[in-house]
Design a binder for this molecule. Structure first.
Ligand SMILES: C[S@@+](CC[C@H](N)C(=O)[O-])C[C@H]1O[C@@H](n2cnc3c(N)ncnc32)[C@H](O)[C@@H]1O
Length: 218
């Protein structure tokens, strides 16, 4: 008798947070799963799904071993925010399990929605992530200084004011700053500032993307 092949793990891009922004393919795959792995925020999007739920947090390394074991008997899906190809857990999962054992289902990145919201094209943008990498702040100063359009995945522990303060201190000037918070969610907030007026922004640990554009550039 032929040996039963293990299931591929599906890594699903859940978009910025609202179910309305997910693809039908992603939703179908989640409905059919036996096990769903994801942050508490993403798992909470699917209270009606009866699959076993494994919370992804600081346990992200041991969880890779568990996912690898579970896939032999179960359909495992891994939820990531936005698009899997853009600064996500997908990279570790694919590296550990092998490309041939994974399916990647794209989602709308927070960056895509941010650019769509401010109606600006993003093919000429540079990208930096501060998510879990505060040390990238120094690098960001150089990138914003030398590029006209820079999009930043900010960390909730770094206030947008602090990011702009670091940029000003590093000699950056003449930038429009778009602060895009809680994209797609009920408390979505998108506003335009400059490096100084952002001190008036009232942002309390909101998920956010920041876009810096040189004055006169679009
Ligand atoms: C680990 S990164 C994942 C990025 C994701 N793969 C993507 O394509 O958007 C998490 C960062 O994405 C951004 N983010 C995710 N969801 C967001 C939302 N609804 N509103 C604003 N920013 C969001 C924040 O900058 C957050 O720190």
């Amino acid at each position: 008798m032929a040996k039963k092949l293990a299931n591929n793990v599906a890594i699903i891009g859940c978009g910025p947070g609202a179910i309305s922004h997910m693809t039908l393919r992603a939703l179908k795959c989640i409905q059919e799963a036996d096990v769903i792995v994801g942050s508490r925020r993403l798992l909470n999007l699917f209270p009606e799904v009866r699959a076993e739920k494994l919370v992804l947090g600081r346990n992200y390394r041991p969880l890779l071993t568990k996912i690898g074991r579970l896939r032999a008997r179960k359909k495992v899906v891994v939820l990531v925010s936005g698009d899997p190809g853009f600064f996500s857990y997908a990279r570790l999962v694919v590296t550990r399990l092998g490309k041939e054992n994974c399916d990647v289902i794209p989602g709308i990145s927070s960056i895509q929605l941010a650019f769509a919201s401010i109606k600006l094209h993003w093919c000429d943008a540079r990208f930096v992530s501060l998510h879990g990498r505060k040390t990238e702040l120094d690098n960001l100063v150089e990138v914003v200084k030398t590029h006209d359009k820079v999009a930043v995945l900010n960390d909730t522990s770094i206030s947008p004011k602090l990011v702009c303060h670091a940029l000003k201190k590093g000699g950056v000037k003449g930038k429009k700053v778009y602060l895009c918070e809680n994209l797609s969610l009920d408390n979505e907030n998108i506003k335009e500032y400059d490096l100084t007026s952002i001190s008036k922004a009232n942002s309390n640990n909101n998920m956010n993307v920041m876009i810096f554009v040189s004055e006169g550039f679009n």
